[in-house]
Write a new protein. Structure first.
Length: 160
């Protein structure tokens, strides 16, 4: 396949290939800014990042893609992406070749990412307590339950 042919676009790649780093593909459409937030990439970060939002995907209709150059993000960090983009696939690229490809899996517990919406929850008090949620799946939905007050959350993108 030539460089200008891909399954998603026969004429051009949406974003250029990278030499070394992490490609996060098949992100639920519109979620890529929140994925960057989960990965701690934002103002002050030094990595070169390309983002494509709401581009055509044969598998998903629409999807987002993120390419982070020169950075190999740990599996633990990457699996947090499943909270908001359970279909995301990770491609680790070395010298232009994909050396590892895997699907994200939701972690069992996440700390400090989800904010409990219950005002009376101890995680929202002045105590120095990290937020902590247990993660489980309900059919295809990823659900989070606060470890302190038991509040269950379904649309996790609203609490990150
Ligand atoms: N990619 C990249 N730089 C490279 C190699 C691949 O940015 N040096 C990107 C591709 O643009 C694509 C993703 O990594 O977004 C996965 O590449 P590839 O496995 O070649 O594409 P598909 O076969 O379409 O992937 P899948 O089977 O996961 O749908
Ligand atoms: Zn709570």
């Amino acid at each position: 396949m030539s460089e200008f042919e891909t399954k998603s676009d026969r004429k051009h790649l949406v974003v250029s290939k990278i030499k070394n780093g992490t490609v996060i593909d098949h992100i639920s459409p519109g979620m890529s800014p929140l994925v960057l937030k989960i990965l701690g990439i934002g103002p002050g970060s030094k990595e070169a990042v390309s983002m494509a939002m709401n581009v055509h995907s044969s598998k998903m209709g629409k999807k987002d893609i993120l390419k982070v150059e020169g950075k190999f993000i740990s599996d633990e960090e990457l699996n947090k992406i499943a909270l908001i983009a359970p279909e995301a696939t990770i491609n680790l690229v070395e010298d232009f070749e994909i050396t590892r490809k895997f699907r994200v899996e939701p972690p069992e517990v996440v700390e400090n990412i989800i904010k409990c919406p219950n005002q009376h929850c101890i995680s929202n008090s002045n105590e120095p307590i990290k937020s902590r949620f247990r993660i489980f799946t309900d059919g295809r939905k990823v659900v989070a339950k606060c470890d302190y007050c038991g509040k269950k959350l379904y649309n996790l993108q609203d609490y990150i």
